[in-house]
Ligand binder design. Structure first.
Ligand SMILES: NC(=O)c1ccc[n+]([C@@H]2O[C@H](COP(=O)([O-])OP(=O)(O)OC[C@H]3O[C@@H](n4cnc5c(N)ncnc54)[C@H](OP(=O)(O)O)[C@@H]3O)[C@@H](O)[C@H]2O)c1
Length: 248
């Protein structure tokens, strides 16, 4: 496994906007080889083109993380192209907040499919390679909402608590293979996340609160870079950060 960030092969789900996009840029600028996964192929194609034109290395692979075969294809393509996978950043997610009594059952399904099962599919795709390499780093994105629960956020919180539980189990299981695991739990960060809240009253209230305090997606990218850049014998297991102004 390469040390630091340079020349590491980093696969990112949800790379078409927000945290994933910012991390792709940040790590590419530091010499990582980036493999971008998301459904909006126009976005990841444009980002890959931009990064390659700047002299960095990036590849776009259209991926819906609710389809385990597409996630496997994302990771297989990374290994075929670059010979290995060093970092799997399971970042794709959505947060359509609403109280349970509004019975947004399709959105519950979607959050479980993307936020939880998508992470599992990412682990399933990367783990066989990392075991064989006897090296690798799996980074799963949870949230402050993986630590606290608010009204209107129950299902989202359930998925993000689950990501933390899953990651802790993974951490203990992969010790024999020299694989590192990191949970990153951000507070409010300015991205497209709130655009997918379908309940307009909830969306308006959340936007009003978040817009006053949110920090930039670059903040998240720096935490990923920190965990990845640490020496191979250091395993940064969890990073929880909030905007300084965030009370919850
Ligand atoms: N922003 C925050 O304040 C905050 C705080 C805590 C945690 N998080 C977490 O951070 C992660 C990234 O969110 P973000 O804030 O960057 O929001 P965002 O700008 O909306 O980005 C979400 C990303 O997930 C991707 N995605 C959604 N469904 C997908 C699917 N089925 N298959 C593949 N990709 C899918 C989207 O790509 P496509 O639509 O192109 O597929 C997009 O690239 C999420 O897990 C979120 O829960 C965010």
């Amino acid at each position: 496994m390469s040390q630091g960030i340079e020349n590491k092969v980093v696969v990112i789900t949800g790379a078409s906007s927000g945290l994933g996009e910012a991390t792709a840029r940040h790590l590419a600028e530091r010499g990582a080889l980036i493999v971008l996964g998301a459904r909006r192929s126009d976005r990841i194609d444009a980002l890959a083109t931009e990064l390659n034109q700047k002299g960095y290395k990036a590849l776009a692979v259209p991926t819906d993380v609710t389809d385990k075969n597409q996630v496997k294809n994302l990771v297989d393509t990374a290994v075929q192209e670059y010979g290995q996978i060093d970092v799997m950043l399971n970042n794709a997610g959505l947060m359509p907040l609403a109280p349970l009594e509004r019975l947004k059952i399709d959105e519950w399904d979607r959050m479980i499919d993307v936020n939880l099962k998508g992470v599992l599919y990412g682990i399933a795709a990367a783990l066989p390679y990392m075991k064989a390499q006897k090296s690798g780093h799996i980074i799963n994105v949870s949230s402050v909402y993986g630590h606290v629960v608010d009204p209107g956020a129950a299902v989202y919180c359930a998925t993000k608590f689950a990501v933390r539980a899953l990651s802790e189990g993974l951490r203990k299981e992969v010790k024999p293979y020299n694989i590192r695991t990191t949970i990153i739990s951000p507070g409010a960060v300015s991205t497209e996340l709130l655009e997918h809240i379908s309940e307009k009253d909830i969306q308006a209230g959340t936007k009003e609160f978040v817009s006053k305090i949110a920090v930039s997606a670059e903040t998240f990218a720096r935490t990923v870079a920190f965990a990845v850049n640490e020496p191979d014998d250091v395993d940064i297991n969890e990073i929880l950060f909030r905007p300084t102004a965030q009370p919850v």
